[in-house]
Design a protein around this ligand. Structure first.
Ligand code: S3P
Length: 166
C-alpha cells in the first residue's frame, strides 16, 4: 500500500507526509529530496544550472523508481502530476491512493511569500500581489490534475495532525 500526496508548493505535502508515515509505520519518501540526493545539489540549483526540462526528466525517472515502493507515503513535487503521463502512472500504481492537499490561493500566498527563495518558479516575484496573481493562474491550470485524486482534503486553517486524521 502506498499513499501519494499531491498539491501545490507550500500546501504541506512534506510535513503532513512525514507525520502520516510515522503514524502508519510506513516509509516517508519525498520526490524532490530524492532528486536532490541523486544530483547532489538543491532543486533551485538544478533549475538554475541545468534548466527545468532537465529537472522534469529526472523527476520522471525517479517517479518510476518511487512508484515501485510499498508501505510508503510519497510526497510528490507540486508539478509532478502535471507533466507528460505522470498522472496516469501515479493513478495506475498498484495498491495506491492519491490525496490532494487543497489550499486556497490566499493561504498559499501567505505561506510562499516567506519561503519563495528556494522555489525557482516563484523566487523572481518580488511583490506579494504578483505572487498571488501567479499562484491564482498556476493553481487554476494545475487544479485539473490535482483534483483527479481519490481524496481531496481542504487544508485551510488546519494543523498537520488534523489533516493526517482526515
Ligand atoms: C515545483 C514544485 C517543487 C519542486 C520544483 C517544481 C512545481 O516541489 O518540485 O521546484 O512545479 O510546482 P514542492 O511542491 O515540494 O515545493
Amino acid at each position: 500500500m502506498k499513499i501519494f500526496l499531491l498539491g501545490y508548493m507550500g500546501s504541506g505535502k512534506s510535513t503532513v507526509g512525514r507525520l502520516l508515515a510515522e503514524q502508519l509505520s510506513f516509509e516517508f519518501l519525498d520526490l524532490d529530496q530524492a532528486i536532490e540526493l541523486q544530483e547532489n545539489i538543491p532543486v533551485s540549483t538544478i533549475f538554475q544550472k541545468k534548466g527545468e526540462l532537465y529537472f522534469r526528466k529526472q523527476e520522471r525517472k525517479l517517479l518510476e523508481w518511487i512508484i515501485a515502493k510499498d508501505k510508503a507515503v510519497i510526497s510528490l513535487g507540486g508539478g509532478t502530476p502535471c507533466y507528460g503521463d505522470n498522472l496516469d502512472l501515479i493513478k495506475d500504481a498498484k495498491d495506491s491512493k492519491t490525496v490532494y492537499l487543497k489550499m486556497s490561493v490566499q493561504q498559499l500566498t501567505d505561506r510562499l511569500e516567506k519561503e519563495k527563495e528556494q522555489r525557482p518558479l516563484i523566487s523572481h516575484l518580488d511583490k506579494k500581489e504578483e505572487l498571488e496573481e501567479f499562484i491564482r493562474k498556476h493553481l487554476f491550470e494545475r487544479g485539473f490534475y490535482y483534483s483527479q485524486s481519490e481524496l481531496i482534503i481542504n487544508c485551510d486553517n488546519k494543523k498537520p495532525q488534523e489533516i493526517v486524521d482526515e
